[in-house]
Design a protein around this ligand. Structure first.
Ligand code: V07
Length: 255
């Protein structure tokens, strides 16, 4: 096997092993603000271009046969940003719905949203519900947005629900296992692909920032300097290539 170690590989140079595709890929879409700043544009312009990248990467992931693509769209901490930026971000699910949902339906992609949806502005909630409703019969890739999501809050909510069910006698404390926890987390409806095999973070930061916590216990982490609006099909393939290389090495040692 020959590995091409050149930095910017073109699509033809990236040879992925179809038998080692990750089922679930999660992405922290970082660097929209920095992308805009470099161009002397408002941060909002970075988010706008970032949304077009969501579409490009969704189509690429779907073509690669990925089963679940989880994208961190808005964290529970993002409310601290300036009001105009928050308002713009909250308008994106609606824009996304108008611009991209018809093509997602055509490609058999199903939209799922995990997070504290009740706390979102009404129009955002409506757009999110429409995207889910209009794609609910699709059987292809799941495009899973983490929206008003936080990993610790998710675990706290799951613990509260488990404790409530234990108090009601619906579950026995002695029967609580990691499978039980899986069933109470917001990724329960992604089964059997609850956990991403690959987590990508763009724009050079090497942190988890309260994204999936429980679910990344065994994930391969790939960090890239590419800013999210510049991320592409080739950048996705490159990250998967990186993942497959690690997987192959591990396989080699095991044998
Ligand atoms: C958001 C675009 C991507 C870059 C990162 C932040 C900005 C798509 C959605 C979305 C969410 C739910 C849904 C349909 C679309 C979205 C927010 C921000 C808040 F059902 N992109 N995107 N939501 N960005």
């Amino acid at each position: 096997m020959v590995f091409n170690l050149k930095k910017n590989k073109t699509s033809e140079e990236i040879q992925l092993d179809p038998d080692k595709m990750p089922n679930h890929v999660a992405i922290i879409m970082d660097g929209n603000g920095r992308w805009a700043k470099k161009r002397h544009l408002p941060r909002i312009a970075g988010h706008k271009t970032g949304m077009d990248t969501v579409k490009t990467v969704t189509m690429a992931a779907n073509d690669l046969g990925i089963k679940v693509l989880t994208l961190y769209a808005f964290s529970t901490e993002n409310w601290k940003r300036p009001e105009t930026e928050v308002n713009y971000l909250m308008s994106l699910p609606g824009t996304f719905f108008d611009k991209f949902v018809p093509e997602l339906i055509e490609k058999n992609v199903k939209v799922n949203v995990m997070g504290y949806i009740d706390q979102l502005p009404n129009e955002t909630k409506i757009a999110v519900r429409k995207a889910i409703e209009d794609t609910k019969n699709n059987t292809g890739m799941i495009l899973n947005f983490a929206l008003n999501y936080g990993g610790r809050a998710e675990i706290v909510t799951a613990m509260q629900e488990i404790a409530a069910d234990a108090t009601k006698g619906k579950i026995d404390v002695a029967d609580i296992t990691d499978k039980t926890i899986d069933q109470y987390l917001m990724t329960a409806n992604l089964a059997p692909y609850n956990d991403p095999e690959l987590l990508i973070r763009t724009s050079g930061e090497e942190r988890i920032s309260n994204f999936l916590l429980w679910q990344i216990a065994y994930s391969e982490l790939v960090f890239t300097d590419t800013l999210w609006p510049d991320f592409s099909e080739d950048a996705l393939k490159d990250a998967i290539f990186n993942y497959q290389k690690r997987d192959r090495r591990f396989g080699g040692i095991k044998e």
